[in-house]
Design a protein around this ligand. Structure first.
Ligand SMILES: Cc1cc2nc3c(=O)[nH]c(=O)nc-3n(C[C@H](O)[C@H](O)[C@H](O)COP(=O)(O)O)c2cc1C
Length: 184
């Protein structure tokens, strides 16, 4: 990997992952700090990679605990691993959750009629205890009353690690346009 191409190659893979369900970087782990001050990590789907603004985009339910967490502590870490590339990418970012406005409307136009639309139409918030029998209440029929939130992660720095098949690994820290090679 030529270092002058590294940032472009990473963004190329992030963009591919946001389009390709088979790409391993499609489902990174997003870690935030919980309201109890403990780390809280979960898998999310990468929906968009915006290289010009250095942003990654995810969708979630605006009522989910992670939205309350990031409103208090917006600092987050994202971890991507691809066995095909043998690349791990750790991203340090500041999160913002948008619950209304043009970005949310555009996102809902995209997912509102897809199979995952129901995720954002549930009567109860995610994590709500179920009554005996464990059957969640039916989703409301009104498709405009959704809870889709767009989470924008503004990247502050990235840590890239490439595992070589020959045991020779490469690691770099990326901050803005600066790439610093590190010992693995
Ligand atoms: C493959 C996979 C993809 C997921 N994608 C998302 C996602 O894009 N957005 C989301 O909010 N939750 C997603 N989830 C569910 C989260 O991992 C998590 O269980 C849920 O959001 C509740 O997290 P919270 O209690 O920290 O808010 C996904 C789970 C899996 C297994």
């Amino acid at each position: 990997m030529r270092l002058d191409h590294l940032i472009h190659s990473i963004w190329h893979e992030l963009a591919r992952a946001s389009q390709d369900r088979q790409h391993a970087w499609r489902t990174p782990v997003l870690a935030t700090v919980g309201l109890d001050q403990h780390p809280n990590a979960r898998t999310v789907v990468l929906r968009q990679a915006r290289e010009p603004s250095g942003e990654l985009v995810f969708f979630t339910d605006g009522r989910s605990p992670k939205v309350a967490e990031l409103q208090i502590r917006p600092q987050a870490s994202l971890v991507f691993w691809s066995p095909q590339l043998r690349w791990q990418l750790r991203v340090s970012a500041r999160l913002q959750a948008l619950t209304s406005g043009t970005e949310v409307d555009a996102a809902w136009a995209r997912v509102g009629w897809s199979a995952s639309a129901g995720d954002y139409l549930t009567a109860q918030a995610p994590g709500h205890p179920l009554a005996d029998g464990g059957v969640p209440p039916d989703s409301p029929g009104d498709r405009t009353a959704h809870h889709l939130a767009v989470v924008v992660a503004r990247i502050e720095s990235m840590d890239w690690l490439a595992l070589g098949l020959d045991g020779k690994h490469q690691r770099a820290r990326i901050e803005g346009p600066a790439v610093q090679l590190l010992t693995p």
